[in-house]
Design a protein around this ligand. Structure first.
Ligand code: PHB
Length: 321
């Protein structure tokens, strides 16, 4: 709560700075930069749908003005995101930038937010250091250590004493590996091997073979949203489940959006995450039902970050008029 309130205060202060653009027009523009194409397209699809849902539920008026959301596709490329952010600030005079599907994208765009004093709402990217890249950044997604530490607490208490880690080789993967391994070791467990795959076009076969050869009780995995189904398929094909190696993960791997495509290999996987479409609260049941009334797919944690991000932006605009 304290963190949320602090974030809202930061955002409100930043919105005051952007207030002159707001005063000149009957429309408030919000610039959303997402990977709508390319390897991370599922993240773009989820967040775009969640923003549309938020507007359908709450209307498109804020402080007496019309909200216009401009969605731009960066295809998951940091240089493109940075250029789009510049255009949105200079040409469209957006009062906030939002979206950001990958850590390198959020980091590359942060200087634009700082230089133009534009609030930047990170709805997806999850390396812990991102919020330090600009005083204008607020995040509505999560950080990998939040999920990885929970897993490192649970596993040793549930019979997992020897593990191999497997992460995507960039910011959030580094975070997940470090915080999970440290917590496992603190709890007396052994980390046999730390394996990594490239962010772009990963090949899981060689690392799965290495993981199998190490004979761990479990393999702990972080991969960015969108890679889970392909990984799970290869995990089963290589027979790790049959070899009695448990799969534990952050919820990015057992992504709600892809769960239906994973088959029986997903049964028995244990993950730690800040969101599940199955969470039984009244608020989440309503969110999922209304999301699915508008879309043919289940919302995942990216959708939740997008929906929350819209709430934060509109609340800040209402507060500052
Ligand atoms: C990131 O690049 O920060 C990222 C992307 C997808 C995830 C988690 C983190 O599921």
């Amino acid at each position: 709560m304290i963190t949320r309130r602090h974030h809202l205060a930061v955002l409100a202060a930043a919105t005051v700075a952007a207030g002159s653009a707001l005063a000149q027009s009957d429309t408030v523009k919000i610039g959303v930069i997402l990977p709508m194409t390319g390897q991370q397209a599922s993240t773009g699809k989820q967040i775009d749908a969640a923003i549309k849902l938020w507007l359908a539920q709450n209307g498109n008026k804020v402080a007496g003005k019309k909200v216009e959301v401009i969605v731009k596709d960066d295809a998951g490329v940091a240089d493109t995101s940075r250029r789009l952010a510049q255009e949105l600030v200079v040409n469209d005079k957006v009062v906030a930038l939002a979206g950001f599907g990958l850590t390198p994208i959020a980091l590359a765009t942060a200087p634009i937010a700082t230089q133009s004093k534009t609030p930047m709402v990170v709805m997806a990217a999850a390396t812990s250091s991102i919020t330090e890249a600009s005083p204008y950044i607020v995040r509505t997604s999560f950080t990998l250590p939040q999920a990885a530490v929970a897993m490192g607490e649970w596993a040793p208490k549930n019979g997992i004493k020897k593990v191999v880690t497997l992460v995507a080789d960039y910011g959030p993967g580094n975070d997940a590996e470090k915080y999970f391994a440290d917590r496992m070791q603190l709890n007396g467990a052994q980390v046999l091997e730390k394996l990594r795959t490239p962010l772009r076009a990963p090949d899981f076969a060689p690392v799965l073979q290495k993981a199998r050869d190490a004979k761990p009780d479990a393999i702990f995995v972080f991969l960015p949203s969108g890679q889970g189904a392909q990984f799970m398929k290869q995990f089963a094909e290589r027979g790790l489940d049959k070899a009695g190696i448990k799969l534990i993960a952050t919820g990015d791997v057992t992504d709600d959006d892809q769960l239906a495509d994973m088959g029986d290999v997903a049964l028995g996987v244990v993950n730690a995450h800040h969101y599940s479409a199955a969470h039984p609260s009244a608020m989440n049941k309503k969110f999922v039902a209304e999301f699915q009334a508008l879309n043919k797919f289940r919302p995942n944690f990216m959708a939740m970050g997008g929906w929350d991000g819209m709430r934060v932006i509109v609340n800040a605009l209402n507060t500052t008029k």
